[in-house]
Design a protein around this ligand. Structure first.
Ligand SMILES: [Zn+2]
Ligand SMILES: [Zn+2]
Length: 257
């Protein structure tokens, strides 16, 4: 059985000083590949540095919608340069977050669109962060997303109807431990309709430990096994079959060895 955490933040301060131990616990739990995701210029540099140090850690670079207000022409030039590192397998996370609105919505849309252009130029798939902005995100992807190598909605927390729209576009959907939470009925209904060849798993750690470990304040890749088990059961599949199917989907999406 093989599992890959397709969206974690190993460079965030909660985990960064302890990466070797975090990785060892992850391997012991059966999670043996990691995609560490950048969110701003500093984190992007750290993500690439870390990926260069560990064989099975890959990196994504992007500017989170929270930080869209700080995006300048230089930011985008540096991003494009970093994205050409051989351990970088995706652009992101990028997208729209109208829940917090830490950056104003027009800055978010501008930064998102600019990153889609870079992804197209470099033929990289895109990791989408979308919170309370589903229609606007789909509108931008519909207009600027043609020709992208791939799109994944990370930490999917939408409805089954929204999942169907995403799937109809040919996009992928990734689930965190949120799907295990008691109050996540809508997300569970969405997970049921996503075929395993379009489904990926992630922790989004250090945030949001899955049940039954939700009390563990700092989430880490080892805990993804609980989400895998939970979703395998939801889909009435054997854990190994489920894990191998979603890992095959992840490898094909990110073009991993
Ligand atoms: Zn996110
Ligand atoms: Zn994230």
């Amino acid at each position: 059985m093989e599992l890959i955490d397709t969206h974690c933040h190993l460079t965030f301060e909660q985990l960064a000083d302890d990466v070797e131990a975090v990785v060892a616990r992850s391997v012991a739990a059966g999670v043996t590949g990691w995609l560490t995701v950048g969110t701003d210029p500093r984190q992007n540099r750290k993500a690439v540095e870390l990926a260069e140090k560990f064989e099975n850690i890959y990196a994504a670079v992007g500017i989170h919608p929270h930080d869209a207000k700080d995006v300048t022409a230089e930011t985008l030039t540096e991003l494009k340069e970093l994205a050409q590192n051989e351990k970088v397998v995706a652009l992101g996370e990028t997208g729209l977050d109208f829940h917090y609105n830490f950056s104003n919505q027009s800055d978010q849309k501008r930064a998102f669109t600019a990153q889609l252009t870079i992804a197209k130029e470099l033929n990289l798939p895109v990791i989408i962060h979308c919170r309370e902005a589903f229609d606007e995100t789909m509108e931008i992807l519909d207009r600027h997303g043609r020709g992208l190598r791939g799109v994944v909605f990370h930490c999917f927390s939408g409805t089954a109807e929204q999942a169907k729209i995403v799937l109809d576009y040919g996009f992928y959907i990734s689930f965190t431990g949120v799907v295990t939470f008691k109050n996540a009925g809508a997300t569970r209904r969405a997970a049921k309709i996503v075929p395993t060849d379009r489904l990926m798993l992630e922790t989004d750690c250090p945030y949001m430990s899955p049940e039954p470990m939700r009390k563990q304040k700092i989430n880490e890749p080892a805990l993804m096994i609980h989400t895998a088990r939970y979703l395998a059961e939801l889909k009435q599949m054997d854990l190994t079959d489920f894990a191998n199917a979603v890992t095959a989907a992840s490898k094909s999406f990110f073009d991993l060895p």
